[in-house]
Design a protein around this ligand. Structure first.
Ligand SMILES: [Fe+2]
Ligand SMILES: [Fe+2]
Length: 140
């Protein structure tokens, strides 16, 4: 495995975090109805978490002497103020993020850099937690 493969996977994660920042900021502004009260604040926290994840991934790319991407993943962000649709979009996004980090971790393990591994594992667990949280939020 070369560093370039890992950098490519990290850049995919970074572009997905940049998309998550835009998506959660949008939904925090638009979510409507009675659930706006808590969901708007929750999505705003997700923006901050995604900014922190992006910073972790960017640092990893710098450490590997790679060039970090500056564009967000082009997957469209569905415009809606309906909280059920928003939760579904968030769920799909978190699932995709967890899947990307799940692919990155074995590559980092192969590299044998435990500091890098630990920092990215934290992000992976955050995404896993979000998937489970959203699953519970969507339950009737
Ligand atoms: Fe994230
Ligand atoms: Fe996330």
């Amino acid at each position: 495995m070369s560093n370039s493969q890992l950098v490519e996977a990290l850049n995919q994660a970074l572009s997905w975090e940049l998309r998550a920042i835009a998506m959660y900021a949008h939904y925090s502004a638009y979510v409507s109805g009675i659930h706006r009260l808590h969901l708007s604040a929750h999505f705003s926290n997700e923006v901050n978490e995604s900014v922190m994840h992006a910073a972790t991934v960017r640092s990893a790319i710098v450490k590997l002497d790679g060039t970090a991407i500056t564009e967000r993943d082009p997957s469209p962000i569905v415009h809606t103020s309906n909280y059920k649709e928003i939760l579904e979009e968030a769920y799909q996004t978190e699932k995709a993020a967890a899947e990307i980090y799940g692919r990155i971790l074995p590559l980092v393990e192969e590299l044998g850099d435990s500091e890098l591994y630990d920092s990215l594992e934290v992000v992976y667990f955050d995404e896993q937690r979000s998937v489970e949280e959203l699953r519970m939020m969507m339950k009737e």
